[in-house]
Design a protein around this ligand. Sequence first.
Ligand code: TMP
Length: 220
Amino acid sequence: MQMGYFITFEGVEGCGKTTQIRLMEDQFLALGYDTVSTREPGGCPIADKIRTILLDAENRAMSPLAELMLYDAARAQHVSEIIAPALSSGKIVLCDRFCDATIAYQSFGRGLDRALIDGLNRLACQGVTPDLTVLIDCDPTIGLTRARSRIEACSGPREERFELEALAFHERVRNGYRQLAADAPERFIIVDGSQSIAELFSAISTQLVARIPESTHAVC
Ligand code: TMP
């Protein structure tokens, strides 16, 4: 049973999701809402191990089908261990990517069958669905430039398998996200990712705070 409020953030590489989630988490906490932020792929130790395999730049030979199943395997664990329990206890959950990413990347990007993806997503989600999805719409050339400079500055594992994809792949992903938003306007909020961090935050927070239902109680 989903009692909290589930908000997902989506967009192409380097669109600014992670920064906005951090700012939104701080704002919800300041307003007194019990809030957790998490991400996909990953969000718990087992799913983080799957993330390492998925994003490793050395795994270029991974087949699209194996990739799809790994995303949904990680999701099944993440939903069971983190997202569903947090929602059951009434929390606001902010998640950096979720099922829409699988449709945008594995269906629009890679060309896998949409019905197959919808079926696997349903299985992995175990009835959990986003109440709201923020799409940070961004030109992939801008996003990839930001993402590549972040990777160059990072000394950790080389999580760049997707940044190495051709621009045309990222254009298909962006168009896929726009299509998903057009198909579900009641769930999606679209914001312009070319704005500054502060402008983007103002646009997102105004709309999100207004949409939190009164039944999602603040803890103080
Ligand atoms: P991140 O860079 O936002 O952490 O996301 C990791 C990468 O994984 C990003 O390139 C998008 C990709 N991805 C998919 O291809 N399918 C999915 O289902 C998810 C959750 C992410």
